[in-house]
Ligand binder design. Structure first.
Ligand code: DAH
Length: 337
């Protein structure tokens, strides 16, 4: 073996590798040169017969050759990967592996849709905790000390002045304490009441609160047009909206708002208890006493509303039992895909 023999092997090996066009051809060259019975191991064995004085030079040249061939094989393998496969063998009409994509739960859908509608009107989303102070949930909202909603049979009390919020209205207080007018927020969130669960009640449910306060006049007409716009966007253009006088401690005047029943289109059915209407929210003009409690100027104007998310989801989808929304029965939830 001579050094020039080694050079010849190197140039022919590198030439052949560069010309290999498919993974199979590269593999054949790997066997030919680097395989157990290949040319390079055989040359390594030939090192035995080289005179001792020349061994280091030969050894170095052979190691370099081995490394260069291995690198060239790897590079070529990567370059031709996939080449030569018979594409026409692949049947593109075969069905793929279906992975379920999931869908949005009706409650999340109502929250997302409501947020979108009010975002277009300039409302931003405010946040508040589920564990609230008595001040934010009741006192600041002008709720009398003896009001029945404070009773421990209605409210989950966690401590002397701490509770699970019974409504999203405390977020109004948080928003006003955090910022001077104008304030235009909505807040979707969980609420808790010691209600016995039945077809239309749950101890844990969702509301979406809205509050608009400005130093310029904000009237009941603004509230009505905003909520009517919301109802049409949410339920479609044919929905009818009804405002009824009501009482809430934190608004004066106060209203309750009904939508024409989506299931029977107002003719009367079991979902609307034959009335043709379903109540979805409470609202009103913010009471000056609330402004006083948060340190706002009493000359401010504002309206507020709080709607029941489950109610809206039920009307929208004709759901007759609220418990079905929480049962996590995929057969049922798939109906909303
Ligand atoms: N928090 C009330 C409830 O849970 C709903 C409500 C009524 C919210 C009037 C308001 C409002 O913001 O102005 O029944």
């Amino acid at each position: 073996m001579t050094i020039s023999e080694i050079d010849t092997v190197k140039s022919s090996a590198l030439g052949e590798i560069a010309a290999a066009a498919t993974p199979d051809a590269v593999e054949a060259l790997r066997v030919k040169y680097s395989g157990r019975n290949g040319l390079l191991p055989a040359m390594m064995k030939g090192l035995r017969d080289v005179p001792p004085a020349e061994k280091p030079a030969f050894g170095q040249a052979l190691n370099a050759l081995r490394a260069e061939v291995a690198a060239a094989l790897d590079a070529r393998k990567a370059a031709v990967a996939g080449a030569g496969e018979k594409r026409e063998d692949f049947d593109f009409s075969l069905p793929g592996n279906w992975r379920g994509t999931g869908s949005i739960h009706p409650i999340s859908e109502v929250i997302e849709e409501t947020t979108r509608i009010f975002a277009q009107l300039g409302f931003t989303v405010a946040d508040g905790p589920d564990v609230e102070t008595e001040f934010n949930n009741f006192d600041a909202l002008n709720t009398a000390k003896h009001h029945p909603s404070r009773d421990e049979r209605d409210t989950f009390w966690l401590g002397p002045e701490l509770l699970l919020r019974t409504q999203t209205s405390p977020v109004q207080i948080r928003a006003m304490l955090a910022k001077k007018p104008p304030v235009r927020i909505i807040n979707p969130g969980r609420c808790y009441r010691r209600d016995t669960t039945d077809a239309t009640h749950a101890a844990n449910f969702h509301q979406i609160e809205g509050l608009y306060v400005d130093v310029n006049p904000v009237s009941l007409a603004d509230l009505k047009s905003t909520l009517s716009h919301f109802a049409r966007e949410m339920m479609g253009p044919s929905v009818k909206v009804r405002f009824r006088p009501h009482f809430f401690p934190f608004t004066e005047p106060s209203v309750e708002v009904d939508l024409s029943c989506h299931v029977c289109k107002g003719r009367g059915c079991p979902v609307c208890k034959q009335s043709g209407w379903i109540e979805i929210l409470g609202a009103g003009i913010v009471d000056t006493r609330v402004f006083r409690r948060v340190g706002y100027d009493e000359d401010c104007y504002g309206y507020a509303f709080g709607m029941g998310v489950e109610r809206i989801a039920m009307i929208k989808h004709g759901v007759t039992d609220l418990r079905m929304l929480y049962a996590n029965d995929l057969r049922y939830l798939r109906a909303f895909l």
